[in-house]
Design a protein around this ligand. Structure first.
Ligand code: FPP
Ligand code: MG
Ligand code: MG
Length: 323
């Protein structure tokens, strides 16, 4: 994401980065080394930035009070990616080597656990109350359940769009929703403003993931740094593929490919061309616009102009990602 949308809180993000390094340091040097590698490996800090922005201008706003929460959100995200890279046997993330590739799976799993526990330590120290703890616990439950369901249904070609929306909500949208919601909540905004910020987070999360899934279908491998059609290859069906499975005359052939764990590169290319011949891509793009329009519209009316502008820029950025 372009940094300009977070310019307004850049100094806060610098402080957050220092806090993250401190949070992962341990009396055991190896733990510090792994933790530092993970929190400095190029994250965009979208989640903590949303949390800090959402808190701005609230009656209880205080950066020192907000930072541990924002750091915990980034640490939970980092821990989930460390575990995800073990599950997906990934060697690189954001251009850096993953913990499982640099060390091994055991080290990666345990480092993820360590970072995850540090996050909850920050939350306990912050004394944010039961509501914040409960929302974060629910978030991690949803992330885990989403991952379990996904791994259970790979190569199944579930043709139901609700299943897709449910999956991306658990995987991405719930997280961005909670960042916005808890930022506004701890900042001291009233119920209706907190609800609006939560809905904004949900909408940009849904739009972000649908766009990500579209990029996997439309972009060339050079551009995304991984082969196009990667989701299909991994047995994961996304919106345009599900649409094609429902409407394409070649749906039978497509289904045979996407349910075959041994599919070849040629089969992936054929699947992509069947999908692109339908209007699934257009439907997905329209859905992204729908979510982004709602995101801009639902922002609370009383935000400071520069904060509103930052939130609108985030929505614009998601809409402008080129295919
Ligand atoms: C990326 O998905 C990963 C996730 C959405 C979260 C995975 C969640 C867990 C492994 C459980 C949570 C555990 C803890 C400790 C919080 P992806 O593989 O589709 O995308 P990628 O291209 O970024 O790898
Ligand atoms: Mg992965
Ligand atoms: Mg994964």
């Amino acid at each position: 994401m372009s940094n300009s949308m977070f310019d307004v809180i850049q100094e806060d993000i610098d402080k957050l980065n220092e806090g993250l390094i401190e949070a992962v340091s341990s009396p055991v040097d190896l733990v510090t080394e792994i933790g530092t590698h993970l929190v400095t490996a190029g994250g965009k800090r979208i989640r903590p930035a949303l949390c800090l922005l959402a808190a701005h201008g609230g009656p209880d706003y205080s950066l020192s009070r907000l930072l541990p929460l924002a750091e915990a959100l980034e640490l939970i995200h980092t821990a989930s990616l460390v575990h995800d890279d073990v599950i997906d046997e990934a060697d690189t993330r954001r251009g850096s080597i993953t913990a499982n590739a640099k060390w091994d799976n055991q080290v990666a799993i345990l480092s993820g656990d360590y970072i995850f526990a540090r996050a909850f330590g920050l939350i306990a120290d912050g004394d944010y109350g039961n509501y914040v703890s409960k929302r974060l616990a629910d978030l991690v439950c949803n992330l885990s359940v989403g991952e379990i369901i996904q791994n259970h249904t790979v190569y199944h070609a579930v043709k139901d769009l609700d299943n897709y929306y449910n999956r991306i909500q658990k995987k991405t949208a719930d997280f961005l929703e909670i960042c916005c919601e808890l930022g506004a909540y701890v900042g001291g905004f009233g119920k209706e403003d907190v609800r609006r910020m939560a809905e904004y987070g949900h909408c940009i999360g849904m739009a972000f993931q649908i766009t990500d899934d579209l990029l996997d279908i439309l972009q060339t491998s050079e551009k995304i740094g991984k082969p196009a059609g990667n989701d299909i290859r991994q047995g994961i069906v996304t919106l345009p593929v599900i649409h094609a499975l429902n409407v394409s005359e070649e749906a039978g052939e497509l289904e045979k490919i996407v349910t075959d764990p041994a599919m070849t590169d040629e089969m992936v290319a054929r699947a992509l061309s069947i999908v692109k011949a339908t209007d699934g891509v257009e439907i997905a793009k329209a859905k992204v616009e729908e979510y982004l329009d709602r995101a801009r519209e639902v922002l609370p009316g009383n935000l400071a102009p520069e904060i509103r502008e930052a939130f609108v820029m985030v929505a614009d950025f998601i809409g402008d990602r080129d295919f």
